[in-house]
Design a binder for this molecule. Structure first.
Ligand SMILES: [Zn+2]
Length: 178
């Protein structure tokens, strides 16, 4: 019964997700392609993603008109800061950022991909070069952690062991506010 329920939820969500992706506009910046389910979710994400003053001052604000523009400007400056913190500047860095309403949605996507139930508020998929993240739970540190994983992933030709990958992401998370 439980199993049946999960597969129904997973199938429903994939459908929803695909339909949403088709309807949603693609927003692209230098480093990030942004996807989101709806505007309210993106606004919540933007509200929760508060930068410190140093990062805010470094943002390119000239083309910021919509909420999506603002989110992309924030994401780009975090990418740049994480690259400096890790001292890793991959040649062709680009990542997809999928903003989901909450951690249940992140769990559903994870389950649909890997068949495992987890309770992550965000994760980075190496095979899809994509960050899945909960608008409800996002913060500067959470996003910096996942961007850390993506920078490490783009930088190394041979993937470092899982624990090292994780340590570098934690380092990025810790020092993004320096
Ligand atoms: Zn991690």
């Amino acid at each position: 019964m439980t199993r049946l329920f999960f597969s129904i939820v997973a199938v429903f969500f994939c459908f929803f997700f695909v339909a949403g992706s088709v309807c949603a506009q693609e927003h692209k910046s230098r480093y990030v392609t942004l996807w989101y389910a709806d505007r309210a979710v993106l606004e919540e994400f933007d509200d929760n993603l508060r930068l410190n003053r140093k990062l805010r001052n470094g943002m390119r604000k000239n083309n910021v008109i919509t909420v999506a523009d603002g989110v992309l400007a924030k994401a780009d400056i975090i990418v740049e800061k994480v690259q400096v913190v890790l001292d890793m500047f991959p040649n062709s860095y680009h990542v997809r950022l999928v903003v989901l309403p909450d951690s249940d949605d992140v769990a559903r996507v994870y389950q649909s991909r890997y068949g495992k139930r987890v309770n992550h508020i965000a994760y980075y998929s190496i095979s899809e070069k994509t960050i899945y993240i909960s608008a409800d739970d996002v913060s500067l540190r959470v996003l910096a952690h996942e961007i850390g994983h993506s920078v490490v992933d783009h930088f190394f030709k041979v993937r470092p062991p899982y624990n090292i990958h994780e340590l570098m992401a934690q380092f990025a998370e810790k020092h993004v506010t320096d």
